[in-house]
Design a protein around this ligand. Structure first.
Ligand code: NGQ
Ligand code: ZN
Length: 454
């Protein structure tokens, strides 16, 4: 944390009320102390474009070690479920120091890509044989360590995982590192809270993994441990989950979740891909956030989120990098819009109205939805942590653009990274597109990958 006062000046910056020109931001002790517009740049560090950092509302950091290694066709028909087997095989050999090194690279890449807070949906808890570590929250501690060293803000979501499918089915051996009962999970939450103490603006929530992995009774038992923090859950990502849920209880997953739990604005439903119109309205009207992970959902062949109806009903959404197969804030938003265009054979589907920018609509929605889902604000406004992303005008698509089309240029028309600097709690952790620890994080990751391959 920095204690000095820093002054930044932006030709254009995206404030809560919209784009402004000549924006001066004063930062004190990591927090935005004041924002003025039409201001002069005297004595301030100058930047072209300033944005609030985007929250990444859903990550499984350890899966960064699988990126690019699950794209070879298997003996049968490849699917989400065959990918999951491969994922279980790979996580089966990771030690705590491996998990930390992998998370460290993932978090460096998130910051370089314009994400300043991560919601870590953390379910890799136990040793390779399933035994609890001496500290049951050892791996949560490794996640906290990786966040602290890279500077990314952390919303830690320890995951409750007890079963292999609906009806309290026994977990399979590949799931041994995830399993807790409500008592051991309560200890895990305590350990998680202790590990977060050293992180200045960390948030603790929790996550029943899915309706497959947690029974309604278990969800009711563990939810109060969130103590008012966010509650996340995977739901209705694959059609098989819908079929299994119908076979088990005669209800579809999203309906089932609303039947058994008091889902409100504290909740974030990850994916929610397969919904009827009634379920879509139910989610939108509940005020819960839909946690969309467009790149991973495309990679895993999940399906297309019913965005037009959801948005028309006032639904809130944010984006997450989930499997971390590719970490890029702009590309998540691009994939979200493009999946809609491909499915609907239409254009500018997510734009909020005639004459409005698709990129800006996406960015502002994901900013608000992500902040809600992670329990921490992100805005260029007084009193908020100085988590600020600057874009360079060197990229041709951004060079001559008026402020109103900068986000479209970034999201739709830039193949190269355009993030220039990233400030976290007022500290510049990325400069010229490079995180200050990029080299050491890459080297640490390489060593882990060599070990895992051996
Ligand atoms: C996960 N990932 O928990 O990592 C899941 C797969 C499951 C995504 N859904 C496992 N992207 O849902 O059982
Ligand atoms: Zn997930």
């Amino acid at each position: 944390m920095t204690s000095r006062t820093t002054s930044l000046w932006f030709e254009n910056a995206l404030l809560p009320e919209g784009w402004a020109h000549g924006v001066r931001i004063e930062i004190e002790k990591g927090v935005i102390a004041g924002v003025s517009t039409g201001a002069d740049a005297a004595g301030a560090e100058r930047h072209a474009i300033g944005l609030p950092g985007l929250p990444n509302l859903h990550s499984h950091a350890f899966q960064r070690a699988m990126a690019g290694f699950t794209e070879v066709r298997g003996p049968g028909a490849d699917s989400f479920w065959t990918w999951r087997e491969e994922m279980y095989r790979r996580l089966g050999v990771m030690d705590p120091q491996d998990v930390e090194a992998i998370a460290r690279l993932a978090y460096v890449e998130m910051l370089e890509a314009g994400f300043t807070r991560v919601g870590e949906f953390h379910y890799l808890h136990h040793d390779r044989d399933g035994r609890h570590y001496a500290d049951i929250g050892e791996l949560a501690g490794r996640i906290a360590q990786a966040a602290g060293s890279t500077g990314i803000a952390l919303t830690l979501l320890p995951v409750f995982y007890a079963h292999g499918n609906f009806g309290g089915a026994a977990p399979n051996p590949g799931q041994r590192r995830f399993i807790n009962d409500p008592d051991s999970f309560a200890r895990l939450m305590e350990s998680g809270a202790a590990h977060l103490k050293a992180l200045p603006d960390a948030v603790l929530g929790l996550a029943p993994h899915s309706l497959r992995a947690a029974t309604p009774e278990e969800i009711a038992t563990v939810a109060p441990l969130a103590k008012g923090g966010p509650i996340h859950i995977h739901v209705a990502e694959q059609t098989k989950e819908v079929e299994d849920c119908l076979a088990y209880c005669g209800r579809r997953p999203v309906d089932r979740l609303y039947d058994i739990a008091p889902v409100d604005g504290r909740w974030c439903l990850i994916h929610a891909t397969h919904m009827t119109e009634d379920e879509t309205r139910r989610l939108a009207r509940s005020g819960a956030v839909a946690g969309l992970c467009p790149i991973t959902e495309a990679n895993l062949g999940d399906g297309i989120f019913p965005a037009p109806l959801f948005v028309a009903e006032g639904g809130r959404y944010g984006v997450g990098s989930d499997s971390n197969v590719l970490i890029d804030a702009a590309q998540e938003l691009r994939m979200l819009e493009y999946s809609q265009r491909l499915g609907l054979r239409a254009r500018n589907v997510m734009a909020a109205g005639a004459g409005l920018s698709t990129g800006q609509t996406l960015f502002e929605a994901a900013l608000a939805g992500g902040a809600q889902a992670l329990g921490a604000p992100s805005a260029l406004a007084a009193g908020v942590s100085a988590d600020i992303v600057t874009l360079s005008r060197a990229e041709p698509s951004l060079a001559p653009a008026p402020a109103a089309s900068v986000l479209d240029g970034w999201i739709f028309a830039s193949a190269r990274p355009v993030v220039d600097c990233v400030f976290r709690r007022g500290e510049k952790v990325v400069s010229g597109g490079r995180h200050r620890d990029r080299d050491s994080a890459r080297e640490g990751f390489r060593m882990v990958m060599a070990k895992l391959a051996a």
